[in-house]
Ligand binder design. Structure first.
Ligand code: ZN
Length: 246
């Protein structure tokens, strides 16, 4: 086998990456596991989502990446479609190993909790998203914003709470980048960045969400973000509010 050549990429790495792609497509798990960095096997196994009935691999590109790592792009084809993985490679004790892997493009995970709660308390929020609006709970009597929703105002105990539209613009109060496949629904979307956003338009109440294009983004506390409403996955489903760095 003659390995392809890529500018700035060691020839032996290109060869290893090409062999790795064929091993993945062939379901040769022993070879694939041996290519993984030993301390990250559990994470790497469930990071990326292959196509159904995967049967072939094509090495698209290898390029020098951040932090001295090399990024390889491999397209996997199956009976159910195709998927492109970006694996990052590191040389440890003379051996090239996978230290990160993900599907590209970078898409955010969709949680199974993306719908109104059983008690219906937050239904106006979800119905608002269906109309393209961010709506949060507000007490007209004492001007207090509440999130997450409550049956009565925690400030003055009023029950006639409103759901005004809030400008989806805020600041990052806190954030974290998740590399671990904590639940099956995040596979194919790792890593992703969760942000806690403080909303000046809602009395600085904070709301949780996923940052778009968070992989590799320079995320800072205090950074300005803007909300974007992602359409529902199906007609019965609900849209999701996502965030993007301004
Ligand atoms: Zn109140």
């Amino acid at each position: 086998m003659t390995a392809k050549e890529f500018p700035g990429v060691p020839a032996d790495l290109a060869e290893v990456v090409e062999r790795h792609g064929h091993a993945v497509a062939a379901g040769d798990n022993a070879t694939v596991l041996a290519d993984f960095r030993p301390d990250r096997v559990g994470q790497l196994l469930a990071s990326a989502r292959p196509p159904e009935g995967m049967h072939s691999a094509e090495l698209l590109d290898v390029e020098p990446g951040p932090d001295g790592l090399f990024s390889a792009f491999i397209r996997y084809t199956g009976t159910g479609g195709e998927a492109v993985f970006r694996s990052r490679w590191i040389q440890l004790d003379g051996t090239w190993l996978v230290t990160q892997v993900r599907n590209v493009p970078d898409t955010p995970p969709r949680t199974s909790m993306a719908h109104p709660s059983d008690d219906g308390l937050d239904a106006p929020h979800w119905e608002g998203l269906r109309r393209g609006e961010l709506r949060m709970q507000h007490c007209p009597r004492c001007d207090r914003w509440t999130w997450s929703p409550r049956p009565i105002c925690p400030g003055c105990h009023a029950t006639d709470l409103e759901w005004p539209v809030v400008d989806p613009v805020g600041r990052i109060y806190s954030w974290t980048r998740t590399w671990q496949p904590f639940s099956p629904e995040v596979t194919g979307h790792l890593p992703y960045v969760v942000v806690v956003v403080e909303l000046p338009g809602a009395g600085n109440r904070r709301i949780l969400g996923v940052l778009l294009d968070g992989d590799g983004a320079d995320v800072r506390i205090g950074a300005e973000v803007k909300g974007e409403i992602e359409p529902a996955a199906d007609p019965e489903g609900y849209p999701l509010l996502r965030w993007r760095l301004v």
